[in-house]
Design a protein around this ligand. Sequence first.
Ligand SMILES: Nc1ncnc2c1ncn2[C@@H]1O[C@H](COP(=O)(O)OP(=O)(O)OP(=O)(O)O)[C@@H](O)[C@H]1O
Ligand SMILES: [Mg+2]
Length: 253
Amino acid sequence: MAQILSVTSGKGGVGKTSFAVNLATSLARGGRRTLILDADLGLANAHILCGSRPEKTLSDYVEGKVDLPEVIVQGPEGLRMISGGSGVAEMANLDEEGREKILQAVLSLTPWVDVIIIDTAAGISRSVTDFIKISDHTLVVCTPNFAAIADAYGIMKVITTEGYKGGLHLLVNRVLSMEEAEAVFKKLRGCTNRFLGLEIELLGFLPEDPAVNKAVQRRTPYLLSFPDSVVCRYLNQVAKKVEDTLLEKIQTT
Ligand SMILES: Nc1ncnc2c1ncn2[C@@H]1O[C@H](COP(=O)(O)OP(=O)(O)OP(=O)(O)O)[C@@H](O)[C@H]1O
Ligand SMILES: [Mg+2]
């Protein structure tokens, strides 16, 4: 059964999608059957970073126009992806029934892949927290920006209050030094310990690097288009940590 990892943040624009796409590409390249679900419903953009052009999306699936396998498209390195629909207002305002249909669809895929990465929208609405609730681990992305730190705390508070029991891991993005990343982690860990009685783990950090944006312009993961970049080196370290500590070992026969 696949393990489900959600990538979330509270605050928007902190680097969830770039991280999720490159992590997923790295895991796929390492031999895991990996699927990325773009759960930024209605404003999905992970396919752009994957260089894929999905003809059908979750929007068509929710409307009952297509079956689930028809919305799975191929990305780089054998990565599979499902888009949450782009420019579709109905997807951003899904009712309980629509959200439940998507959650059941995700769960139905677990026997067929090894890992499902869910790239959530920003915010703390049900369309974010519902996905976190079905995840084994949640990777919270945050930058050294104070508002991003406050919102990372906010999403962790909301999900634990709602009963989330999975792992909570912090990824500090766009840092200028390791010390900066550690300071952000200590600040957040201090708050989650003190006010929520919660232990969080530092998954790692990614540096500020223009290669991230250049890769978006090329519609590719930077892992493939800028393999010698600094951000790529750190992404590889984070991906290894995910492999070693969050995922089950690949069975070799
Ligand atoms: N490590 C980095 N170095 C430099 N730029 C970065 C880095 N990470 C992300 N960015 C840039 O930040 C912007 C936002 O990234 P991204 O779309 O991945 O964020 P997001 O959290 O998914 O946003 P949203 O909340 O809108 O879904 C993009 O222009 C991206 O290129
Ligand atoms: Mg995004």
